[in-house]
Design a protein. Structure first.
Lengths: 120, 120
DNA sequence: ATAAAGTATTTACTATGCTCTATACTTTGT
DNA sequence: ACAAAGTATAGAGCATAGTAAATACTTTAT
């Protein structure tokens, strides 16, 4: 599929997709049979990658961090101990963030209660 | 307490605290008895506010959003229905993000497994 | 054939959230 | 008294993550 279809399937803008491609997070391939253009073709793996990017962005990971995740998940042949440590640290980070989430959610719920009680 | 102490108690840099103060998220008061300077004094409420800011930043809320949270929690006298809706939407946002968190954590755990199995 | 739409590339621009520098004044320690 | 440290203000600079504009070429639809 070409970038337009990819954009529609993922909900990401064409600009953003190209931005990610420039960062090396995804890679489209030009059809070697077609010499007249260098249109890039994307496949299911690209969609998977973009979905991971979107999820991890929501979690607050930077694109640089996400790039490492993608490499380890899809490309990495060798298993470096520092990579393992990195991801174990990230898992702990997520657990910590979960706590912040619960606290913030709690505060927001209290604010909602407050607003509703003021109405009485 | 002065800004230096506030910085130490919260772990935020003096620069960052001043940045938040310029945005109107916290407010220090100058001692009216002292005319020679305009050093600002901060109290426990400021610490509470900064802690909320830090939590909500972790959750991914923008400073503009957090400012609204602070206003509704500490200052707001009137209870606007649109404010209630805003916060209810934010709670849903958090719930959604929680799901992304679990998915991303899951992926990271799989990557860790993969790395460890490659080692065998 | 040709206009409209799609694609690629490069470059510039923007928003957010800091972070740092420069300057000037005040307080504190000795 | 005087150096060192603290405070305030204004403005510059920076990193991240986009977003948009300009240009040129290609494909598609009529």
């Amino acid at each position: 599929m070409l970038i337009n279809e990819l954009s529609k399937k993922t909900g990401l803008s064409i600009h953003t997709i190209r931005y990610y491609e420039n960062l090396g997070m995804i890679k489209g391939l030009t059809d070697e049979n077609v010499k007249s253009n260098n249109y890039k073709h994307y496949d299911g793996n690209t969609i998977e990658r973009l979905e991971i990017i979107m999820e991890a962005r929501e979690v607050g990971f930077s694109l640089a961090e996400i790039k490492k995740i993608l490499t380890s998940w899809f490309e990495s042949t060798e298993s470096k101990p520092e990579t393992l440590e990195l991801f174990q640290a990230k898992i702990k980070e997520i657990d910590n963030k979960m706590r912040y989430f619960k606290q913030t959610k709690n505060l927001l719920e209290k604010i909602c209660d407050k607003i509703q009680n003021d109405d009485l």
